[in-house]
Each structure stands twice: as C-alpha cells, then as structure tokens.
Design a protein around this ligand. Structure first.
Ligand SMILES: Nc1ncnc2c1ncn2[C@@H]1O[C@H](COP(=O)(O)OP(=O)(O)O)[C@@H](O)[C@H]1O
Ligand SMILES: [Mg+2]
Length: 257
C-alpha cells in the first residue's frame, strides 16, 4: 500500500511540482497517471521511491515512511520498488542477462555488487523473468541489438528479478509504435493480474489509460483533479484535466479523415 498525506513538492526554482496530494493506492491496483506535460506526473512517481525529496507531508510504502527513512531503510524500501522509463535505462553494451541480473544488486553488499557475484538462484530468476516476457532466446544478446519493445521488456524483466511488489513506469510506451505499445501494456497488465504486483504508469494516452487501468488519477498543476475508475472519466473530467475534451477531439479528427 502507498499513501500520500498532504504531500507538496516545491522545486528550488519555486515551481510547485505537487500540491497537497492525498491518496492511497492499494496492493494490486493498476493505476494510470494522466495530465498535461508539466502537470506533476513524474514528480509524483519519483516521490514514491524518493528519487525526489518532497517538501511537505509524508509518503509511506507498506506502512514504512519513505519520507523519514534513513539510508539503510530507504535502500530496503527501494529494493521492492521497480522502475521502468521511456528510455529503458539499460546498459547498452551489456548482455540482456547482465541487465536483468542487475535487478538483484539491491540485495547485495557493495563489494559483492562491484564484483558482480550472483548466485545460482539469481540466474534462475533472470531466466524465469525473461521467459515471462518472451525473451529467453535473447539471454546472451547485447541489449543494443534489441528493438525498443524488446528493450522495454528487458527492463520489465529486471523489475521481476528485483522481486519488486510495486512497478513504477514513467511513460513506458512513449517511444514505441502502437502495436508494441499494446504488447508492453499487456505485459504490465499480465504481471499485475497474475503476480498481484501494483503497477503505476504515467501515460500520455487517455485511451490506453482507459483500456488497461483499474483506476485513473488526473493531475493538473501538481494537484489531483480526478481520481476514479475509467468509466467515471468523461468529457467533463477530461476538460478539467486537459482544459478540453481530448477524446472527443480525437473522434472528430477521425470523422474528418
Ligand atoms: N528538477 C526540477 N527543477 C525545477 N522544476 C522542475 C524539476 N522537475 C520538474 N520540474 C517542474 O515541475 C513541474 C512538474 O514536472 P513533472 O513532474 O516532470 O511533470 P510531468 O511528468 O507531468 O510532465 C513542471 O512545471 C516542471 O517544469
Ligand atoms: Mg514526466
């Protein structure tokens, strides 16, 4: 469970990234975060694992305060939170296997992680994770030889070997074509449904948010202006988030074509 209590974030330049955010995300939810560029989606996501320090309020994950956590505790909390992003964050010259195994590093002391010593179980976890995303045959390929969609699946596999309970995805499909986008979203959904992991996705497409999530949260200027099921997100709510009903405009555009 993730809780935000009166969370605000003011950047050093005075920009308000988040403004008095209060919400709870339960285990096993599939949440999409929507809103215009600059609305605070990334700030929100990065506050969960404290890649951003918040200015006010408190963030808790599974009952532990992320905000007040010391170094050691933060490391333990972060171990259980996987993150994937638009640019995949892989070591391009390394093999798929090494990239996936790096998800285990949070479980080792610094010297072991520097030496890259992994156990037999780690290798098995890596194989299982790659099998789950359909990439076991790429085990020894160099990561930069893979397509964008395959690279994103490697980064998903890395969160699986990390044994994260929560997967944070910051615009995971922003650089992918529509068909690959569907596959990646389906992978995330499948992991959510079969493994019970909480998935939180920042996403630009309202249609994808509606298609895949059990809950949608809309941000505007750092504030939560919508929080509900996909069915509840209609024209009025979209206008509140985006300043206009963008789904209707899309339909209109298709009619003209
Ligand atoms: N490191 C930073 N320093 C100053 N302002 C920032 C920084 N990161 C983000 N912001 C500002 O905070 C607001 C929210 O940004 P962000 O969370 O990245 O929005 P989104 O992900 O929805 O596009 C924006 O106005 C952005 O310009
Ligand atoms: Mg962003």
């Amino acid at each position: 469970m993730i809780t935000f209590e009166h969370v605000s974030k003011i950047y050093s330049n005075g920009v308000r990234g988040l403004q008095d955010v209060n919400l709870t995300i339960g285990n096993g939810e599939f949440v999409s975060i929507i809103g215009l560029s600059g609305a605070g989606k990334s700030t929100f996501l990065r506050s969960i694992n404290r890649l951003n320090d918040i200015t006010e309020g408190e963030v808790c994950v599974n009952g532990r305060s992320v905000t007040k956590a010391g170094k050691k505790e933060l490391r333990a909390i972060r171990r259980r939170i996987g993150m994937i992003s638009q640019n995949f964050n892989l070591v391009k010259r390394s093999t798929v296997q090494k990239n996936v195994l790096s998800g285990r590093l949070g479980y080792y002391s610094t010297w072991k992680s520097i030496l890259g010593i992994f156990s037999k179980e780690d290798y098995e976890l890596a194989n299982d994770a790659l099998e789950r995303v359909g990439l076991l045959d790429k085990l020894h390929s160099r990561s930069d030889e893979l397509s964008g969609g395959q690279q994103q699946r490697v980064s998903i596999a890395r969160t699986l070997v990390q044994q994260a309970d929560i997967i944070l995805a910051d615009e995971p499909v922003a650089s992918l074509d529509p068909i690959t986008t569907q596959k990646i979203m389906q992978d995330l959904k499948q992991i959510n449904q079969t493994m019970g992991k909480t998935v939180i996705v920042n996403i630009h497409s309202v249609q994808l948010a509606k298609q895949f999530s059990s809950r949608i949260i809309g941000f505007k200027s750092g504030c939560v202006v919508f929080d509900g099921t996909p069915e509840k997100l209609g024209g009025k709510e979209l206008t509140e988030i985006y300043g206009r009903n963008i789904l209707e405009e899309k339909e209109g555009a298709q009619d003209e074509a």
